[in-house]
Design a protein around this ligand. Structure first.
Ligand code: NAD
Length: 431
């Protein structure tokens, strides 16, 4: 370069994102992500600078979208807001490159499949979908339409869980034998936040799925068997279809033929004056060690007269998603709940702009090998969710204590009811 030539400019790209669902998780993680990336575009070597814009949103009534537009002011750009009926179709007809799906969990499939068919990259909130049939269809559609189909399990990015996985991957912790995980949500979640869609739902599918994925991703192995029970009577009638709390057990088998059992307890009826927003604890026992993790008790205990523990929490999880005054004076909101969204957008940018168009398929294939978020790697997690849902449904219908076997001689997911001569095949194909 001689002294008169201008400095080289990094390539400048833009991704336009669509958001389906503008509820609690939008406010906690997507909102801070889009506001931060608007101020500070992403940079990826090999890609250049990539601006990311929240271009359009879709929701049932649009009320929260309008409230957000007003409160955000110039922290966010102009975005279109579409409402029911057909809000997703309208969003897809607008100019977006990727779509984030954060609707209630039994409405993920319809929005995600429509987005993929429209040729958009898709990111779905956990649990991705509720059945293997839906999962297989989305994976096939994503291949057919040459786009990414990914799911958000942000707990895989929690530094504590990353350390656990590192110790397992490096052989420091040897052969998991068994373990437990619990995640307890406050009553306000079931009582008000999710009141619109909670009938017939359970906290297991909503949050145990984080730990199903953590176990599946961290320890590998083959899911063999799923059991589940739970309690009713607080969120809905004691003989109704809506669950207060659930206890799930999964049994895995490893290459050496040895097994491990995991219990995952979840609830969304914990008192609202609980000192932390959610209670999250895990313990895993290995041949040569024990891992104890507690997401709330990582060190902080805050007391503010008249404000903790209801308005402000006593034991705060600053790792997930904290609001901070940075030492250099800026206000920021950061944490693994936001980082996981940024990772997805970086993967999309890499596929679209990370080299010549003729090599896009190779970049797409490389992004699909990322097992932490690709839908094709979500099979055992979705299988556990489908099994749990079927067991709870059978319980509501009068048959408790069912068991689902995975990949036995009768099929991929097979429901055994006590006293019934014939099992029910939930999913015929191999999991
Ligand atoms: N990653 C996490 O830890 C985490 C935490 C909370 C929620 N979630 C997931 O995010 C999803 C949404 O949860 P939430 O807490 O934001 O729920 P919410 O009830 O607060 O919001 C749901 C949103 O979806 C919209 N919606 C409902 N039906 C729709 C439809 N047919 N088309 C378009 N929009 C529709 C509603 O208008 C609302 O904006 C769920 O799948 C949940 O499991 C993930």
């Amino acid at each position: 370069m001689n002294s008169t030539s201008p400095p080289p400019l990094a390539s400048l790209h833009k991704l336009r994102a669509g958001m389906v669902g503008m509820g609690m998780i939008f406010d906690e993680t997507y909102r801070p992500f889009f506001e931060t990336v608007r101020r500070q575009p992403l940079y990826e070597p090999g890609v250049g600078v990539c601006e990311v814009e929240l271009a359009a949103v879709a929701s049932r009534t649009g009320q929260r979208a309008e409230a957000y537009r007003k409160s955000a002011g110039d922290r966010i750009g102009a975005f279109k807001s579409f409402v029911e009926p057909n809000c997703t179709e309208q969003l897809l007809a607008s100019d977006v490159d990727c779509v984030c799906v954060a609707t209630p969990d039994d409405r993920h499939f319809s929005a995600a499949s429509a987005a993929i068919k429209a040729g958009k990259h898709v990111l779905i909130e956990k649990p991705s979908v509720l059945t293997l049939r839906e999962l297989d269809e989305l994976v096939a559609l994503a291949k057919q339409h040459n786009v990414l189909a990914k799911v958000v399990y942000h707990k895989l990015l929690d530094p504590d869980h990353k350390k656990l996985r590192t110790l397992v991957a490096d052989g420091v912790l040897k052969h998991v034998n068994n373990g437990y995980c619990t995640l307890l949500e406050p009553k306000s979640i079931s009582g008000s936040q999710f009141a619109e869609w909670i009938t017939g739902r359970n906290p297991g599918t909503y949050v145990a799925v984080h730990y199903i994925k953590l176990i599946d991703f961290t320890f590998g192995g083959r899911l063999k068997c799923v059991q589940c029970t739970g309690q009713r009577g607080l969120v809905g009638p004691a003989d109704g279809p809506t669950w207060d709390s659930t206890q799930l057990r999964m049994i895995y088998e490893y290459d050496d033929g040895r097994e491990a059992a995991f219990d995952i307890h979840t609830s969304w009826v914990t008192p609202d004056n609980f000192p932390g927003y959610v209670e999250q604890e895990v313990q895993f026992r290995f041949d040569n060690g024990v891992w104890n993790g507690h997401s709330r008790k990582r060190g902080i205990e805050l007391t503010v007269e008249g404000r903790t523990p209801t308005e402000l929490k006593t034991t705060i999880n600053t790792h997930y998603n904290g609001t901070f005054l940075e030492p250099w004076g800026a206000r920021a909101q950061r944490g693994y709940g936001i980082e996981v969204l940024e990772r997805f957008v970086r993967e999309v940018a890499q596929v679209e702009f990370g080299g010549p168009p003729s090599e896009r398929n190779q970049r797409l294939a490389a992004a699909r090998t990322l097992a932490y978020n690709d839908l094709s790697a979500d099979r055992q997690t979705v299988a556990a969710v489908e099994a749990m849902e079927a067991i709870l449904t059978a319980n509501v219908a009068g048959t408790p204590n069912c068991v689902v076997n995975v990949n036995d001689q009768r099929g991929g997911l097979v429901l055994y009811k006590p006293g019934a001569a014939e099992p029910e095949v939930l999913h015929a194909g191999k999991v």
